[in-house]
Design a protein around this ligand. Structure first.
Ligand code: F3S
Length: 408
């Protein structure tokens, strides 16, 4: 692998153990995947932030890297934590867990993440980190990776936890996979004839196609979507998140919508074609027998302002029987507070929480056994990580569940 003089010096430990460790990780990844050089990256998103997943061993690993002198070199964001860093008491977390989660965040803060003010989110592109077409970045969270590659046309593999930290410290990633033109060609052509309305329908579609895609790049035709229409980004965000969760899709193209599909042909020479005429199996996959709902969760991936406004409109003047929580980035929460949407939600019995992802939170110990959501990705991880029963439905169905406490 060709390394620049500076990269070789970092690898030799001439700038300290933190950079040497980072270079060893990046070079090892490059060798595994056949890269012949490293690329500079403009931004990094680090995953593996939840204390529930990291535990004491993960915390120690991070502490050691920090003690070796780890400092980020490019703009770096954090994936969500298990809780709202400022309002965890309202979520019911115990102080010990909250303190350990805060300790994780403090390590990243001291590394320089978020310029010293980490604002954990899986939607960095909603708070000003929007890489442009062809720009190389090193992001980690699967829905953010999908959005960066597909909707923005940037280039990133799905970085693992240590790989993303290594990229942040060096400003480099290995040149393989999604960074290269040949991996970005579509090998699954998806004709969609099913009726699609709101973002939840796109999520259900993503759950069906993700399973069929595996690691392939899908190319969608027939989506009733135009750039700039209301909620178009929310729909693509939902589609990409579900594709990534139920398959391993890091990039998809949509005819006449996503930038690479608008720029020219994206289909590979050889591809398979499928038609999706019904999205109900995508919903059914995440529906449990248990009809009593304990929590309604919206904001997976983290909610955008237009999505929060839509929920506030739906609950305005009503009284919820079970909690409805929206998760979003901290600046988006601030927007909701300024605009009155947060007050509308709270008057009904809902809450907005920043920084947090409910799929990586210890939900059962918070007293939630069945959760309704509009997100197939959310439902997938609620089942597989949080170990709770789920229901997947559109916004009106989820709001109805919050109003009645039942799934109908
Ligand atoms: Fe984000 Fe958690 Fe969903 S990281 S995409 S809210 S599973």
């Amino acid at each position: 692998m060709h390394l620049t003089e500076q990269e070789r010096a970092w690898l030799a430990g001439e700038s300290g153990p933190a950079l040497r460790r980072a270079m060893e990780i990046i070079v090892a990844l490059g060798q595994i995947y056949g890269a012949d050089r490293l690329l500079p990256v403009q931004s990094v998103q680090i995953s593996g932030v939840s204390y529930r997943n990291l535990g004491e061993a993960g915390l120690e690993f991070l502490q050691q890297w920090l003690a070796e002198g780890a400092r980020v070199r490019v703009p770096t964001m954090l994936n969500p934590a298990a809780l709202d860093l400022h309002a965890w008491q309202a979520q019911g977390f115990d102080p010990h867990f909250a303190a350990r989660q805060q300790a994780v965040i403090e390590i990243f803060r001291r590394m320089g993440v978020g310029e010293g003010d980490p604002q954990p989110t899986c939607t960095p592109y909603l708070i000003g980190v929007t890489p442009s077409l062809g720009e190389h970045v090193a992001w980690a969270e699967s829905s953010a990776v999908s959005y960066a590659n597909s909707v923005l046309g940037a280039r990133t593999n799905r970085e693992g936890g240590p790989g993303a930290i290594a990229a942040a410290l060096t400003g480099r990633t290995a040149d393989y996979g999604m960074h290269r033109d040949e991996a970005r060609r579509a090998t699954l052509r998806v004709r969609v004839t099913a009726q699609l309305r709101g973002p939840a329908d796109y999520s259900a579609l993503g759950a069906i196609v993700g399973k069929r895609s595996g690691k392939r790049v899908p190319y969608f035709e027939g989506l009733p979507l135009t750039r700039g229409e209301p909620l178009w980004e929310a729909k693509l965000k939902a589609l990409g998140a579900a594709l990534a969760a139920t398959g391993a899709v890091a990039l998809y193209h949509v005819a006449d919508v996503t930038p690479e599909a608008c720029a020219g042909p994206v289909l590979a020479e050889a591809y398979e074609s499928i038609t999706i005429s019904d999205i109900t199996p995508g919903y059914a996959r995440f529906s449990s027998e248990r009809k009593q709902i304990d929590l309604v969760w919206i904001g997976c991936p983290h909610a955008a302002p237009d999505e929060i406004a839509r929920v506030a409109d739906a609950v305005r003047g009503k009284t919820l029987r079970v909690p409805l929580w929206i998760t979003c980035a901290r600046p988006v929460k601030a927007w909701a507070e300024e605009q009155g949407a947060a007050a509308t939600l709270e008057a009904a019995g809902g809450r907005i929480f920043a920084d947090a992802c409910m799929a990586i939170a210890p939900l059962r110990s918070l007293g939630f056994d069945t959760v309704a959501t509009v997100s197939a990705k959310g439902a997938f991880y609620l089942q597989n990580l949080a170990g709770v029963a789920t229901h997947l439905g559109d916004l009106s169905r989820c709001v109805n569940a919050a109003l009645t406490g039942h799934w109908v």
